[in-house]
Design a protein around this ligand. Sequence first.
Ligand SMILES: C[S@@+](CC[C@H](N)C(=O)[O-])C[C@H]1O[C@@H](n2cnc3c(N)ncnc32)[C@H](O)[C@@H]1O
Length: 274
Amino acid sequence: MPREDVEDLELELLLEALYRHYGYDFREYARASIKRRMWRRMMEEGLATLSGLQERVLHDPACMERLLLDLSINVTSMFRDPTFYRAVRDKIVPLLRTYPFIRIWNPGCSTGEETYSLAILLREEGLESRARIYATDINAAVLQQAKEGIFPLDRMQEFTHNYLRYGGRCSFSDYYKVYGDRARFDPSLLEHAVFAQHNLVSDASFNEFNLIVCRNVMIYFDRALQDKVHDLFYRSLVRSGVLALGHKESIRFTSHADAYEELDRQEKLYRRVL
Ligand SMILES: C[S@@+](CC[C@H](N)C(=O)[O-])C[C@H]1O[C@@H](n2cnc3c(N)ncnc32)[C@H](O)[C@@H]1O
């Protein structure tokens, strides 16, 4: 068997092992990117083969945590893509105002920047008290950071820039306090938010939502897995609820494409109509 084929087999067995032992299912993630990440972990652990990585990961949960961080890229920012937040304010907020109580799901929330941005937007639009944000991620370590709401001070410039481009109504620095080289966000912003671990691949729907904001998560999934997650979103949205995706994602070509109307093509905002 050529070396390449042996490695593909090892990768398959490793993914199967992660799923069977830990319940993390990366079997349908886009292969090239998952292979690169596995290789990096293998090298960093000082191992020669993916089979070696499989052995370590099965016997050492700390190695699983490290691998998980490698596999789930956590890059995020506050008011990432400011035009997206403007579209939410202009096109979605008027819809949200029609509900007496608003439930928002923010899966793949990473370290919480997206959740804080949504919380700030809701506060500035006067919707905070009737909204609840359920922010979830597969990775417990990033969720812990999200709950703490402490970010490196040197990121505030980028966050403030995004906030200004979005057209925020206040002064961004009112939302955090500086402690040395860190900024702590106002904990009251999260009074109406809940953080919990949830795996989009294997966990079930847990509520009905008026808005689902899931950005830059499904780019790592292959088509079959995207379909599966879209099915979960479809079942988790109320009729007329809105699904918001990342700039590089789309509902088109998925099995539920016909159930949505496009509210904003550029910003990937879709409203469930069926
Ligand atoms: C690139 S970050 C996106 C963060 C944020 N949504 C944004 O757009 O700025 C992707 C996040 O998806 C999470 N993720 C990856 N696979 C997941 C899964 N199966 N279920 C839930 N979250 C997942 C990762 O842990 C990571 O925090």
